[in-house]
Design a protein around this ligand. Structure first.
Ligand SMILES: [Zn+2]
Ligand SMILES: [Zn+2]
Length: 302
């Protein structure tokens, strides 16, 4: 299989653009205005941010309009965090929708989370299953959210509760045949008690910073996630995966079967790992740096 057929973005045209897909402003329960929120990300070197305020009645069902925050070097995607009844744990769904129309209508009476997600997807949005671990989503919950493009596999706010990481459920879903991609996000509210922002992000491969280009790339899965290190290139060559990255202490391949291929050391910047363990399932590359930051490719289907 060539790298293009695997869906890996590294040899695609364009470049990587860094952004956060899950952010709250004072249009819901975030601390800062959309302008101030976007400034935090722009000044940290991000190329884009999606403000995804809670789409709830007490906030007037906001789809926060951030178009006036766009410039030649920084852009925004229009989105919201959607809520509707009800998960197996008896909680409201949390669904990230990025690329929503500004006139996206509030949930109708009795509309469930999965139905709301389908409506968002039909309206053109990239749909993410937000913080599954923190929401205690079951496999049945997750399978019912059939409009999801992606799982939020790492949420920096939920990490405060040691529930930041949702890889286990994701691997279960992938093994059941669901073709989901995987993103890391801040879920920043910028409240004083919160973790600092700019802790988890994605790099989207696109030819321009045009919001439409970014959205197309997101939906196609042409991105990878990070909480620190960078992946420069990941490609499949015969029965191996070849990785080049910023200095790492661990480079590993894990996925649809127990076990992993692991290389550990100091200042590792390349590795070649065999794919055989994951043949006919899926795998992903994870790297970890000396500060504990990690980066992950999307699932690679073999
Ligand atoms: Zn949430
Ligand atoms: Zn949120």
């Amino acid at each position: 299989m060539s790298s293009s057929a695997s869906g890996l973005p590294f040899d695609r045209p364009g470049r990587f653009w860094r952004g956060n897909l899950h952010t709250h402003s004072d249009r819901s329960d975030g601390a800062l205005s959309p302008l101030e929120t976007a400034r935090v990300y722009r000044e940290a070197g991000y190329d884009f941010v999606a403000i995804t305020d809670h789409f709830r009645p007490e906030y007037g069902f906001p789809v926060t309009d951030t178009r006036d925050l766009r410039s030649d070097t920084f852009t925004t995607l229009i989105g919201a965090e959607l809520h509707a009844p009800v998960t197996e744990a008896g909680q409201q769904w949390h669904i990230v929708a990025v690329g929503l129309p500004l006139d996206f209508q509030p949930p109708s009476d009795g509309e469930t989370g999965p139905e709301l997600a389908r409506r968002a997807r039909a309206a053109g949005a990239f749909v993410g299953m937000a913080h599954p671990s923190a929401s205690l989503l079951t496999a049945a919950d997750a399978e019912s959210l059939d409009a999801a493009h992606a799982v939020e596999v790492y949420n920096a706010l939920a990490d405060r509760e040691n529930r930041g990481d949702s890889w286990h459920l994701t691997d279960v879903l992938l093994n059941r045949g669901h073709r989901l991609t995987t993103y890391a996000a801040d879920d920043a509210h910028l409240q004083h008690q919160d973790p600092p922002p700019c802790r988890a992000w994605i790099h989207v491969r696109a030819e321009s910073l045009d919001p439409a280009d970014l959205l197309t790339a997101l939906i196609a899965g042409r991105y990878y996630s990070s909480t620190g290190p960078e992946l420069y290139d990941v490609r499949l060559e015969d029965d191996q995966v070849v990785i080049r990255c910023s200095p790492a202490t661990k480079i590993l391949l894990s996925g649809g079967r127990p076990g992993a291929e692991v290389v550990e050391g100091t200042d590792l910047t390349e590795a070649t790992l065999p794919l055989a363990l994951f043949r006919s399932t899926h795998c992903r590359v994870t790297i970890e740096d000396a500060a504990g930051g990690r980066a992950w490719t999307n699932p690679i289907h073999l």
